[in-house]
Design a binder for this molecule. Structure first.
Ligand SMILES: C[S@@+](CC[C@H](N)C(=O)[O-])C[C@H]1O[C@@H](n2cnc3c(N)ncnc32)[C@H](O)[C@@H]1O
Length: 396
């Protein structure tokens, strides 16, 4: 009976989803979604909305390199008082959506509505879910909302099923997280050194640079190897989510066969030989060792040539490299001011030895990206873990 209702009401139907993405990455994420053939509806506060069956949600999670997560939108409902929120939430078929064994975390956001007390609204919502599950002979447990907006991966995994309830102008929109841990968590970066880039941001920068195999990709300050690994995954047509699990896999509607089919199709498309030359450089041997380990886990290590040396000593002509893309993420952070002299040396070296190459250089401030006649063709401001980053895109 339950199985038949899941089939007819959840699997057979189309639903609305949202690829959540920071504002400045909406364009690049939308292009990814177009290439995946997702049925895009519109851009929203959260990112990019799309429609489809569950299979579309599986593909989005598996393939989107720049999205933070994928939400499933339940149909919106009008709610005035707390009693109305309780009554309408009780009528939703929760047992078709969620496995009662997975603890639920409810995050409530209220604005310009008759319901003005977040805690009361959350209690009414949770009581309604509990009542609904009790009605079908199941119990459900809840976990407290995380104190910060950006919980660590482990916290997110422990948090179970996240539900976002947003009530604006007495209109309630319920979103179920389908991803689990943030999508930047690919599963390959178990170790890191220094301040690693988010995988989603590194992928977005590579996509925005226009780099395409077989052009060489050179990460001149590879740290934990995020940029070179993301470029290799992209060039090798390897899905970023291939090595991790998602929350939708714990839903009662999960279709193992469909999922296995998507994985098989993805695996058949993976490049068997290196699609380009990938070069990773760092002056710190510890960083090179960690980056190499991460690349092994990502399945791209044999494609990468590793060099322990200062980037300023590397001449691509010595390696017989034709022009490609250089990626530079020099060290700086909250407690570590950027080294102006280093930026000047890097730009000078690029100008002298990298004729015909494109480059991306990251800096905390725009003026660091200009030295003498070397200046970027385009500059983008991005956010990264609370810090503001400026990315300069160059043609040499
Ligand atoms: C901010 S980290 C790079 C982080 C990397 N993008 C990641 O996601 O893990 C900066 C790295 O630059 C390296 N480095 C600093 N100066 C260098 C130089 N002159 N040549 C090569 N590597 C350098 C440091 O050892 C450090 O690993």
């Amino acid at each position: 009976m339950l199985e038949r209702r899941i089939r007819t009401q959840i699997r057979a139907k189309e639903h609305q989803f949202a690829a959540v993405v920071p504002r400045e990455l909406v364009g690049v994420c939308r292009r990814e979604m177009e290439q995946l053939g997702l049925n895009i509806l519109e851009e929203s506060e959260a990112g990019v909305e799309f429609r489809g069956k569950l299979e579309a949600c599986y593909r989005a999670n598996l393939w989107l390199r720049t999205a933070s997560r994928v939400l499933c939108r339940l149909p919106a409902m009008k709610v005035g008082a707390r009693e109305e929120l309780f009554a309408k939430t009780t009528r939703l078929p929760w047992e078709l959506w969620l496995d009662p064994h997975v603890p639920v975390r409810v995050d409530v956001f209220l604005s310009a509505s008759r319901l003005a007390h977040t805690e009361w609204a959350r209690k009414a919502f949770q009581d309604a879910m509990r009542k609904r599950f009790e009605g079908v002979g199941a119990g459900i447990s809840f976990v407290e909302p995380a104190p910060s907006n950006e919980p660590a991966v482990a916290e997110e995994e422990a948090a179970g099923q996240r539900i976002v309830v947003r009530i604006e102008h007495n209109r309630c929109r319920i979103s179920l997280d389908t991803s689990g841990a943030h999508l930047h968590y690919r599963g390959y970066r178990v170790k890191h050194v220094g301040a690693p880039l988010r995988e989603t941001l590194a992928a977005a920068l590579v996509l925005q640079s226009g780099w395409k195999p077989p052009e060489p990709f050179l990460d001149g300050m590879c740290g934990s190897g995020t940029a070179v690994i993301e470029a290799a995954l992209l060039g090798g047509k390897i899905p970023p989510g291939r090595r991790r699990r998602f929350l939708f896999q714990r839903w009662p509607s999960f279709q193992e066969k469909t999922w296995q089919y998507l994985l098989k199709k993805a695996d058949q498309g993976v490049q068997k030989v290196a699609p380009a030359r990938f070069i990773a450089v760092d002056r710190d041997p510890k960083a090179v060792a960690v980056a190499r380990e991460n690349a092994v886990r990502a399945g791209v290590a044999p494609w990468v040539a590793w060099h322990t040396m200062p980037f300023e000593k590397l001449d691509p002509r010595d390696l017989g490299l034709p022009p490609g893309l250089v990626f530079l993420n020099p060290p700086y952070g909250v407690r570590l001011p950027a080294d102006r002299g280093l930026y000047a040396r890097l730009l000078h070296h690029l100008g002298r030895c990298f004729a015909g190459w494109k480059a991306i250089v990251l800096a905390p401030e725009r003026d660091l990206l200009v030295s003498g006649l070397v200046r970027p063709r385009k500059v983008k401001r991005l956010r990264h873990g609370g810090l503001s980053i400026t990315a300069g895109f160059y043609d040499f």
